[in-house]
Write a protein that binds this ligand. Structure first.
Ligand code: GDP
Ligand code: MG
Length: 170
């Protein structure tokens, strides 16, 4: 089988790092600077007889107040297009912060019919692991997520578990 997986999230949450980790090579640009990825980056991973087509989706965070800017309008359209006909969405957030931009991305996912998996990234940076469970419960209640998986894209922690969740929907 084969399927499309969209990776979405506000800038700097680790979308490109996750793509690179899953695909095992540097195909997506990572940077501290927001919006390094202006275009969609796509990568294919074959596991047994399943092809996973991952798409790093920029522009999901753009909020309505910016709607008049041509570049924002363009990226908005590209982001919406990317979510059409995907089999699964991986929505990435940071381990300790929920921002207006995260909320904007969540809103963009409102009409998406594909299952949305919440990946809570950068757990390697957690000072106190006890903070994680209440946070997962809080963010996990913001939508009926198909799964909530804490990960470290940078270190690879739990990334295989995330891929196994994705595989359920292909
Ligand atoms: P994107 O804008 O969502 O594509 O985010 P990037 O993948 O470019 O990552 C933004 C920054 O966060 C980079 O400096 C990454 O090295 C860092 N980063 C990404 N994932 C992790 C992680 O799991 N742990 C830590 N500590 N840093 C991460
Ligand atoms: Mg990126």
């Amino acid at each position: 089988s084969c399927g499309f997986v969209a990776i979405v999230g506000r800038p700097n949450v680790g979308k490109s790092t996750l793509m690179n980790r899953i695909l095992g090579q540097k195909i997506s640009i990572t940077s501290r600077r927001p919006q390094t990825t202006r275009h969609q980056v796509m990568g294919i991973k074959t596991v047994d007889d399943t092809q996973f087509i991952y798409v790093d989706t920029p522009g999901m965070h753009i909020m309505s107040k910016d709607r008049n800017k041509a570049i924002n309008r363009f990226m908005n359209q590209a982001a919406t297009q990317a979510l059409r006909d995907v089999d699964c969405v991986v929505f990435i957030i940071d381990r300790t912060r929920w921002t207006d931009e995260d909320q904007a991305v969540l809103k963009r996912l409102e009409h998406v019919k594909a299952p949305v998996i919440l990946a809570v990234n950068k757990v390697d940076r957690l000072q106190d692991k006890n903070d994680l469970l209440p946070w997962l419960a809080e963010v996990g209640a913001r939508r009926d997520f198909a799964a909530v998986v804490p990960i470290s894209a940078k270190h690879g922690t739990q990334v295989e578990a995330l891929e196994e969740e994705v595989a359920k929907y292909l």
